[in-house]
Design a binder for this molecule. Structure first.
Ligand code: HEC
Length: 117
C-alpha cells in the first residue's frame, strides 16, 4: 500500500477513536447533569440577586409551578365546565387537583393537574 495512504488511514482511525472517546465522555457529562437535580432558582440569587428579583416578580417565574394552594388559581371545587361541547369536571382529592374529561374517542378519562402555567 502507498505509505502516504497508510499514514492517512491511521490518522483517520485515530481521529475516529478520538471522536468516540469524546462522545463517550460527553455522554458522561450529560448523564451526570441528568442524575443531579436542579439546585433551585434561589441558589442563583446568591450571586445574581438583581436578576433573581426581576425574574421572581415577573410572569416567567410562574410556569411549571407544582400545583398547590398557592399556584392554582382556578376553581376545583367540583366545577363542571362545558367547552366545545366537551364536559369537564374539575375537583380535588387528597390535596391533588384533577380534571375528568372526554377524549376524542368519547372515552371518559381523569388527569391529575401537576403543574400550572
Ligand atoms: C457563585 C456565584 C454564582 C452562582 C451561584 C450562579 N452564578 Fe451565574 N454567573 C456567575 C458569574 C461570576 C458569572 C459571569 C458574569 C459575567 O461574566 O459578567 C455568571 C454568569 C451567568 C450567566 C451568563 C450571563 C451573561 O450575560 O452572559 C447566566 C445565564 C447565569 N450566570 C445563570 C445562572 C443561573 C441560572 C444560576 C443558578 C442555577 C447561577 N447563574 C448561579 C456567578 C454565579
Amino acid at each position: 500500500m502507498n505509505k502516504n495512504l497508510e499514514i492517512l488511514m491511521v490518522y483517520k482511525s485515530n481521529i475516529f477513536m478520538l471522536l468516540i472517546i469524546q462522545l463517550i465522555s460527553a455522554g458522561g457529562v450529560i448523564s451526570a447533569v441528568i442524575e443531579n437535580d436542579f439546585v433551585g432558582a434561589k441558589q442563583c440569587a446568591i450571586c445574581h440577586q438583581q436578576q433573581f428579583d426581576d425574574w421572581n416578580t415577573s410572569g416567567h417565574s410562574k410556569p411549571m409551578a407544582e400545583a398547590d394552594k398557592t399556584s392554582v388559581l382556578g376553581n376545583f371545587s367540583n366545577i363542571d365546565i362545558s367547552f366545545h361541547n366537551v364536559q369537564n369536571h374539575f375537583f380535588t382529592e387528597k390535596g391533588k387537583y384533577w380534571v375528568k374529561t372526554t377524549d376524542v374517542a368519547g372515552q371518559q378519562e381523569t388527569h391529575q393537574i401537576r403543574y400550572t402555567f
